[in-house]
Design a protein around this ligand. Sequence first.
Ligand code: HPA
Ligand code: MG
Length: 179
Amino acid sequence: MHKDVKKVLVSQEAIIARCEELGKQISDEYRKIESTPLLVALLKGSVPFLAELVKHIDLDIQFDFMDVSSYEGTESIGDIRVDKDLDCSVKGIDILLVEDIVDTGRTLLEVTKLLKNKGARDVKVVSLLDKPDRRVVDIKADYVGFEVPNEFVVGFGLDFDQKYRNLPYVGVLKDEVYQ
Ligand code: HPA
Ligand code: MG
């Protein structure tokens, strides 16, 4: 275990096993409606989750990346700025947004609206983690890996100050790391 980590909340083995389950479920559900979704991963936190998840999706999917910043804490709550846009048009396409964590839900709601405004046929969400205690808008991921308590978590893509994204598990940092 990394020296800065106090406890592991979700082990690497559990994450891989859950990605296998989610991959099967996603494959079955999209196959049923004869659709192959475009997976849109939100940078940077969702990259390790995307990489694990796609290995278990048995459909001819494609994936692309978006980077957005939110203006949380300012007057213009709800607005987002697109720092990196998708390479292709989403008109008429079923999108599966890939997130590391659903927290307040604000960013996710705005990205969903944006993609629908751009003509996406459908937008669903798969998130590695869900922190429902933090939610401030009415949005729910369609597929969730694990529910986590209202604690700051790092690893498997999630950062503190851009660090710890490469940890192969999700954990909580020691208190002294924040000092
Ligand atoms: N950890 C890292 N990034 C986050 C978290 C968290 O718990 N919640 C929202 N972004
Ligand atoms: Mg972050």
